[in-house]
Design a protein around this ligand. Sequence first.
Ligand code: ADP
Ligand code: MG
Length: 240
Amino acid sequence: MISLENVSKWYGQFQVLKNCTTKVGKGEVVVVCGPSGSGKSTLIKTVNGLEPVQKGQIIIGGKEVTSKATSLSKLRSKVGMVFQHFELFPHLTILKNLTLAQIKVLGRTDDEAREKALSLLERVGLLAHANKYPAQLSGGQQQRVAIARALCMDPIVMLFDEPTSALDPEMVNEVLDVMVELAYEGMTMMVVTHEMGFARKVANRVIFMDAGEIIEDTSKEQFFTNPQSDRAKDFLAKII
Ligand code: ADP
Ligand code: MG
């Protein structure tokens, strides 16, 4: 579903991604971890073309992100992305937040969009909040709305960038629970997170990055019980 082949990226002179190669199969859940500044956010943003790369090839759902011929806006509508900060539209109700892109980008009717939105709000346990504004919800609830909003577009892949790291601790699990459910339903997911409980539960593979390089790309069993590199060992010792 996702393929990165020798992807390199520079910010000016600074090489932020170094020859990154990996694949994510349909229905796979891949957790990306590594120290702060190692390039995790940049890597995940290259997948849907939010960050252009200077070298290498990226393919998602059979479309080449790195080709000039590919319409990035069309491609992005099929790739759900959830960030650390929820980025809901503050001036729109929860329901409007969920219907807007369905109507504008996918051309769904108001009724179709509304039906889809309500069913996804129900799925994340927030149906009762449809007519509220984002600021009236807790951080955990807003992040669940952000996930529901992404799912409204029927994405072929979901990308998450530290979706729980801005949340108060008591709200982390309600968001992870939604993500775990999504994983069990077979969604293809690439998740930057330090929540190793989540990784242990649902990851098929773990990618460990350091200084712009993919240092390990391995099964979660292997990663947690027998990491190959000293850098991964150090990292695990610090966070577990
Ligand atoms: P992570 O998500 O692993 O913390 P990032 O991908 O955000 O890492 O950043 C990787 C490196 O790239 C960091 O050293 C960061 O300072 C640098 N960086 C990120 N965005 C930019 C940018 N727009 N311009 C220059 N350097 C950047
Ligand atoms: Mg980051």
